[in-house]
Design a protein around this ligand. Structure first.
Ligand SMILES: NC(=O)c1ccc[n+]([C@@H]2O[C@H](COP(=O)([O-])OP(=O)(O)OC[C@H]3O[C@@H](n4cnc5c(N)ncnc54)[C@H](OP(=O)(O)O)[C@@H]3O)[C@@H](O)[C@H]2O)c1
Length: 332
């Protein structure tokens, strides 16, 4: 039985299970010459999926209604009619949400369990690790002794950003949505301070208290009021990496917030949008560094693994609601 998860209708506001539908086929697809039959092993669920469920123009094309969704997937080669791949090998790439699928192999990377657990290629040694490393280095330009604030700090990207900050000798403050998460940031990941934005009434005051010398780098995963509060503490020549804005992804109207210009002008600060795919030429170098830190035990990673391919939509909804710690992944 081959299962496919399709976009049933575009969400307005918060997505629900009604936005997805399942299709089941009994016939196994047959690869033609040059093609592969792949079996899905791990599926990455990510906040950008919410953007692609909408019709709005963005840096990646929207999903089509009635068509399969797609994201980062690790799959096993069941049948190979392509000379570049052998049966039994594992690959990682942007693939459709199907339990089995035919693919021509273009854009797929071979991955091996010998180097890292297969799920890690969707996280720490995959897209989210690269996002953390390259966003922090390319825009943040960190210098020892500086203060780094990270929002979405207990998630896949944020938890890695903060740890890299510690490796580089920064003072690191994380912002996350539960006491369990803030405790994890300081005790497991070595953050210097962590703030629970859900129970803190005055975020501006909490950030000022945690960063008495001001904020040099803000790695922004969430946008909205949390990010507005950080702006009051930025230092001269601060760098603000706009990696994501999950707090506004479900908004149906253009969100209103602080006018950022006076904060940037007053502090000669830089605020720049970041998209990891713009830095593809730096991926090999970044992966080498992440893998080496992992091997040396300097970097840790956490995964929230949901069992069952059929639970992929629910895993995505749970991610959007903060039910994950570290990288949210579905084990098919
Ligand atoms: N630009 C790029 O190239 C790129 C690449 C990858 C990811 N991203 C962005 O980076 C961010 C993190 O992605 P990720 O994959 O690492 O996801 P993640 O942080 O593992 O998961 C999303 C987290 O967002 C938090 N969240 C949900 N609603 C929120 C709200 N209203 N306010 C504050 N926090 C909220 C939740 O944690 P809490 O419990 O703390 O609320 C949830 O766990 C996202 O914005 C994503 O779009 C960008």
């Amino acid at each position: 039985m081959i299962e496919t998860i399709l976009l049933k209708k575009r969400p307005v506001g918060e997505p629900t299970l009604d936005n997805f539908e399942f299709e089941k086929e009994t016939d196994t697809p047959a690869p033609s010459e040059g093609e592969l039959l792949l079996e899905t092993k791990y599926v990455s669920v990510d906040p950008y999926i919410r953007g692609r469920m909408s019709a709005a123009k963005s840096y990646v094309a929207p999903y089509e209604v009635g068509q399969p969704l797609s994201s980062g997937v690790v799959a096993k080669v069941l049948v190979s009619k392509n000379d570049n791949f052998e049966e039994g090998e594992f690959v990682s790439g942007l693939l459709e949400w199907k339990s089995q699928q035919v693919n021509n192999g273009e854009g797929l990377q071979k991955v091996s369990e010998d180097k890292a657990p297969l799920s890690a290629y969707l996280g720490i040694v995959g897209m989210t690790g690269l996002t953390a490393f390259l966003g922090l280095h390319e825009i943040g330009k960190p210098k020892k002794g500086e203060t780094l604030v990270v929002s979405g700090a207990a998630g896949a990207v944020g938890s890695v950003v903060g740890q890299i900050g510690k490796i580089l000798g920064l003072n690191v403050i994380g912002i996350a949505g539960s006491d369990e998460k803030t405790e994890m940031l300081t005790s497991e990941f070595g953050f210097d301070h962590a703030i629970n934005y859900k129970t803190t009434e005055d975020m501006k005051a909490a950030i000022e208290e945690a960063a008495p010398n001001g904020v040099d780098i803000y790695f922004d995963n969430v946008g909205g009021p949390i990010s507005d509060a950080v702006l009051y503490s930025i230092n001269r020549f601060a760098r603000i990496i706009i990696c994501g804005a999950i707090s506004v992804y479900n908004k149906t109207e253009t969100p209103k917030g602080l006018a950022v210009q006076p904060f940037l002008v007053k502090n000669s600060a830089l605020m720049q949008g970041f998209i990891v795919s713009n830095y593809a030429e730096k991926f090999p170098e970044a992966i080498n560094q992440l893998a080496s830190w992992l091997q040396d035990g300097k970097l840790k990673y956490k995964e929230t693994i949901v069992e069952g391919f059929e639970n992929t939509p629910q895993a995505f909804l749970d991610l959007m609601n903060g039910k994950n710690k570290g990288k949210m992944i579905v084990k098919a």
